[in-house]
Design a protein around this ligand. Structure first.
Ligand SMILES: *Cc1c(COP(=O)(O)O)cnc(C)c1O
Length: 491
């Protein structure tokens, strides 16, 4: 079974090749046509330990990789502060799936702890001795998680672009203090979509160029090697609910997912295609609610104001991974997907057919919430349940409230928690009714004093690290910047 581009079925690739390339040569995303074909034994996977579970899922989706079990164990061991990687906590009338116990306190660690292993293994399988250069645009969390994942991995370098002023001070400090001989961090004047579009254009421009022994690749969730590891925590949380006696195997569980680029929630859909009894997948957005509108009307329209919110990792107007969903729901019609993406690029909007809209509605719910509502949720959940939510998780919690008020069943509802509240201490303190102090690092201590919730070790030590990266460039200069950097023998 081969991966192929969502836009052109002639562009096929093995799983190793798809992981190495990141994006297909025509700008499409690599995808498998039918996950049902894998005949995945989802029931027996529920009995496995979290890392073995992850390895089973990855081995099914990425069959050309040798010894997935070893790759997964090496990728995760010693890096997560929770022994079961992604714990499920019961809070009030629902469950919180905590995805933030990795080395950078964001859910992206789940995938980015593995991606460098997958890439270097893929390179060995492909018999290549190219240097892998990772290009990544980040809305805040991917950048740091990718830097940490690739740091000093032999045969790789990584360049991270973030929107200047578009990430939280803690996120910025996490990136600009990043150590490692093979890492480069640069701010772009613009928003996340500018940075992401810039990176896509660099890939397109470089596909026509000879870069010698350099292979550009991506750590964004457009890479299937980034998406696939995220499927595991849906299984893991389902298994936890089975083992605690809350459900019997086969009963549905609803998941509410704070969404930006549509990677996290798409992993949930893949889990469902692999057999997991996923009930509804609820797509939660902040004020940048392009997906709420899309899932309600079938019209995707990015021509709207861009809002900077307290949940910056969800400040996204072009959700790349939606393309994969459109491909699957259109019955793998790549010409159709290509035409929609062309329209989006040219006109800034498209509309899907009624048939696709009704399929979307059958699988996905949606909702959005603004900063004030998210803040109210943080305050209320802290007061009533003594549980501290970060602003992204709070958006999902608020949308879960909307969903639970309407629904007619009593299946468990799992809210995915994507970041530690200590990554966004100012917003969280304000939500708790405190006046945040000025200094970004003192803020963490202030939040700790007020709540007693422990500060994750990686964030607590941040204030003492020297700033190593100060570059700021215009969006139009991104290609030149990359070409210059890859030409340098040493950074
Ligand atoms: C990246 C991110 C999201 C959004 O995930 P997508 O896969 O882009 O939809 C939500 N919350 C946090 C904290 C994130 O870092």
């Amino acid at each position: 079974m081969m991966y192929q581009s969502t836009r052109d079925h002639r562009l096929q690739a093995s799983s190793t090749c798809a992981v190495l390339n990141g994006i297909a040569p025509d700008g499409g995303l690599y995808i498998l046509d039918d996950l049902n074909d894998l005949n995945f034994d989802w029931l027996s996977v529920l009995e496995q330990e979290p890392m073995d579970m992850s390895a089973s899922i990855l081995a099914a989706l990425l069959p050309e990789f040798p010894d997935m079990n070893a790759l997964v164990h090496k990728g995760y061991e010693g890096k997560f502060s929770a022994p079961d990687l992604t714990p499920v906590v019961s809070v009030a009338d629902r469950y919180v799936l905590e995805l933030f116990h990795g080395p950078t306190s964001a859910f992206k660690d789940v995938a980015l702890s593995l991606l460098p292993r997958l890439m270097t293994a893929a390179r060995d399988v492909e018999g290549s001795d190219d240097e892998i250069v990772i290009l990544t645009a980040t809305s805040g969390d991917t950048g740091k998680a990718a830097l940490e994942g690739f740091r000093d991995v032999p045969g790789t370098r990584i360049i991270v672009f973030y929107p200047e002023g578009g990430v939280s001070p803690i996120q910025q400090a996490q990136m600009t203090t990043q150590p490692g001989k093979n890492v480069c961090v640069c701010a772009v004047r613009g928003n996340f979509d500018d940075a992401q579009t810039g990176v896509k254009e660099i890939f397109a421009a470089c596909s026509q160029r000879d870069l010698g022994h350099i292979r550009l690749s991506s750590a964004n969730s457009i890479n299937i090697g980034r998406l696939a590891p995220q499927i595991a925590y849906y299984f893991k949380s389902y298994a936890d609910l089975v083992h605690s006696g809350r459900i019997k195997p086969g009963q549905p569980v609803h998941f509410v997912v704070p969404t930006g680029n549509f990677g996290d929630i798409l992993a949930g859909y893949f889990a469902k295609l692999l057999g997991l009894p996923v009930g509804r997948l609820i797509c939660a957005s902040n004020a940048n609610n392009v997906l709420t509108d899309f899932l309600t009307t079938g019209v995707y329209d990015k021509r709207r104001p861009f809002h900077k919110t307290t949940s910056p990792s969800m400040d996204i107007l072009v959700s790349s991974n939606l393309e994969r969903l459109l491909y699957l729901l259109s019955g793998c019609d790549n010409e159709y997907v290509a035409s929609l993406m062309k329209q989006l690029n040219r006109d800034g909007h498209y509309q899907v057919s009624d048939a696709i809209l009704s399929k979307l509605k059958a699988e996905f719910g949606c909702g959005c919430c603004n900063d004030a509502e998210a803040a109210a949720v943080i305050g209320r959940v802290w007061k009533e349940s003594g549980y501290l939510l970060d602003p992204h998780t709070a958006v999902a919690w608020a949308v879960a409230d909307q969903f639970m008020a309407r629904r007619t069943d009593d299946a468990p509802v799992v809210v995915l928690s994507t970041a530690s509240p200590y990554k966004f201490p100012a917003a969280v303190l304000s939500a708790l009714g405190k006046t945040p102090c000025e200094d970004a690092f003192a803020l963490m201590e202030q939040l700790h004093q007020h709540t007693g919730v422990p500060v994750p070790e990686n964030l607590a030590s941040l204030a003492d690290l020297p700033v190593r990266h100060r570059d700021v460039i215009d969006r139009e200069k991104m290609l030149d910047y990359v070409l210059e950097k890859v030409g340098e023998a040493q950074w």
